[in-house]
Design a protein around this ligand. Sequence first.
Ligand SMILES: *[C@@H]1O[C@H](CO)[C@@H](O)[C@H](O)[C@H]1NC(C)=O
Length: 423
Amino acid sequence: MRITNVAAVVVSLASTGFAAIAKTVFYQNIQYSLNIPDTTVTSGVGDIYFQLSAPTLYQWVALGQGSSMSGSNIFIMYTSADGTNVTVSPRLGVGNQQPQQDTTAQIAVLEGSGVHNGVMTANVRCSNCDTWQGGSMEFTGSSSSNWIYAYRTGSAINSDDIWANLVQHNHAGSFNWDLSQARGGADVNPFLSSATNTTATSSAPASPGRSSSDSQGSSSAEDATDSSRSQEQQERMQTAHAVCAAVAFVGLFPIGAILIRVASFDGLVWVHVGIQAFALLLFIAAVGLGLSMAVSGNQLNQAHPIIGLVLFALLMIQPVLGWMHHVLYKKYQGRTLWSHAHLTVGRIAIPLGIINGGLGLQLSSADRSAKIAYGVVAGVVGVTYFAAIASGEVKRKRTVDGAAQSEKDHARSDWESSGSTGV
Ligand SMILES: *[C@@H]1O[C@H](CO)[C@@H](O)[C@H](O)[C@H]1NC(C)=O
């Protein structure tokens, strides 16, 4: 996500030699700061200083140079082994997987780093951030610079190992940093109060999906509460989305479809309609939640939301197809084009929905155990579903063949009383 209105800048008085620090805030509590000392601005190479700061509700937080994960120079912060300090891991972005170890990065974790009052802070000096394998950043000329950020919530990593194995981010995005607001000062750690003039503070923290004015002027205490709420909210939405969609596609839709294939009792069609209608309502709720998350998380280009919307389109016409099938079946005592359309849409939508649930778990970096549990249940349901279709078709063929010499069909008040001949 490109954040253009991020402009929280702690301005310093360059004329007096103080460092200017550009500061960017996400979700109001993940803060990234940057300073490029005068000597580096002049020569284009040398030290730069940056700070990552975030509540410990985050498992890790990362800042990277570059416009996407691929080819970017990434720094990941997590808590140290004893939990009182931080570990900063330099990595190279290699597309959509865990970034590689970067053994060439010259970084130092500086004084002022540590965990205080539930906030972890890394003050970092990088001595070769002007170029890295896969990219470069110009500190002298242009003011525009591309950065990425990412975070994951979860329990503390507590490791001194800079190559700790990390679980994929919950959220990632890109932003542009105006380097003109980060330039100035001596080549020293600017994040210790003595080195920085913070008299002029203009604060316009921005969070994706929220306008900067919403958060302007709020105190840091309010920020913390506010943002943990939005994080919580995000997780609640994710859970509700997953539960609604999973109950629909791994529970109700297949049950409704299997019932009408294999069961046989009066009013079966209305049970089928009731179950599928309720499942459809759940799915519509899931689409609403999912769409809202995909828009705010800039994930509309991902397979999971795209397939979800295709399913939504298919399933919105399914009741119409079903109704036409029902009416014409009664009239002609046999399947019509509508029947085949209704059956085909169902047989595509249910397996596709089950698969899409797996993609959703992938997209949200769900726990391994959740993925395994889903895989097992989805597998059992999928196999049962296809077995029911197959056995239903066999049974139907036999009944249709047998119907020629049997009058028993005529005794039925309604075709739906036999799922095996009806569909
Ligand atoms: C964390 O580590 C850095 C680098 O070794 C050090 O300067 C800093 O004082 C440490 N912070 C704490 C709270 O121990």
